[in-house]
Design a protein around this ligand. Structure first.
Ligand SMILES: O=C(O)CCC(=O)C(=O)O
Ligand SMILES: [Fe+2]
Length: 303
């Protein structure tokens, strides 16, 4: 739970790092589950197990295999096929429904909480090993507001991002950085270029606040706060999940993906939620592409 003064700081600044939130045993369960998924995936690529999840992932990554979507907990924003991979298992579900996270979310969005489907696994390899043009989820994250990467139907939804550190997040390996929220912060224009991001001339990056946390810590982000993550200039992988929680009953901003209650109503079990993702995938594969956001690359801001 957050203290009164943490809540006040979060409301004032729009961001807050909190240490020691996600218990070690839950993080271990998530890592074990990912180890099982990766063991199979690596084997199919003819890559030997290296004794652990991150060492094996490093071998897969260095072999030039595209691994990200196999491990992400959600479907991609570009075209979805009937067999687009994703991972949703019992440990991931336990993380999304963890009382430690859900109770904090309730302190911010109110007692009835829904897990919003705009959420990702993020594993950032050392920048020197990442090819030019690699997807946003494995490279630095350009400046954006989370409100802007949802669709406009959720502009009034009470929502919070909870960014969970699976490894220590430091300024060197690309921890979150944020610009303290202005009380009357508007939505800034975003451009769907390399990533959906705010044109740099609209930001004063010198004011950016780094938000380092140790593994098990979290970073809370207001949906209107501009934030980013810089290159991982270390030799190790930076691993996190970004999760979103919102007030139940309000639009999610991604109506074609499955949300579910985590507080105030019974949550489904993990298989039901996984099957909801499978059904969403089948639907999305069978119909016209639904854009994930409202931005147009031909707007004057994007020149
Ligand atoms: O982890 C990152 O690099 C970006 C995460 C993010 O933008 C978010 O949690 O909203
Ligand atoms: Fe974000």
């Amino acid at each position: 739970m957050l203290t009164k003064s943490q809540i006040a700081t979060f409301r004032r600044r729009g961001c807050l790092a909190v240490e020691d939130v996600v218990p070690q045993d839950l993080r271990d369960a998530v890592e074990d589950e990912y180890a099982t998924v990766l063991r199979k995936f690596a084997q199919a690529q003819g890559i030997a197990w290296r004794g652990g999840f991150l060492p094996t992932l490093r071998a897969v990554h260095e072999a030039g295999v595209d691994w990200f979507q196999h491990l992400d907990i959600t479907l991609p924003g570009d075209r979805i096929a009937a067999d687009t991979p994703f991972h949703y298992g019992p440990a991931v579900h336990a993380l999304l429904t963890a009382p430690a996270l859900v109770e904090i979310a309730a302190q911010i969005v109110g007692p009835e909480v829904t897990s919003n489907p705009i959420q990702h696994l993020r594993i950032k390899p050392p920048a020197v090993t990442v090819a030019e043009g690699a997807p946003a989820h494995i490279t630095h994250t350009l400046w954006h507001q989370d409100r802007a990467v949802a669709r406009a139907d959720a502009d009034d939804t009470k929502m919070v991002t909870i960014w969970v550190a699976m490894t220590d997040a430091t300024p060197e390996n690309g921890c979150m950085v944020a610009l303290p929220l202005d009380p009357d912060q508007d939505m800034l224009p975003h451009c769907p270029l390399e990533q959906t991001s705010i044109p740099p001339e609209l930001l004063d990056e010198a004011r950016a606040l780094p938000l380092p946390v140790r593994a098990g810590g979290i970073v809370l982000l207001d949906p209107m706060i501009p934030h980013a993550a810089r290159d991982n200039v270390t030799d190790g992988f930076r691993w996190s999940f970004d999760l979103r929680y919102q007030r139940t009953g309000q639009p999610t901003g991604r109506a074609h993906f499955p949300a579910f209650p985590v507080r105030g109503a019974p949550a489904p079990d993990w298989k039901t939620q996984r099957d909801a993702w499978r059904a969403a995938r089948a639907d999305a594969a069978a119909r016209a592409h639904i854009p994930l956001h409202r931005w147009d690359s031909t707007s004057p801001h994007c020149a």
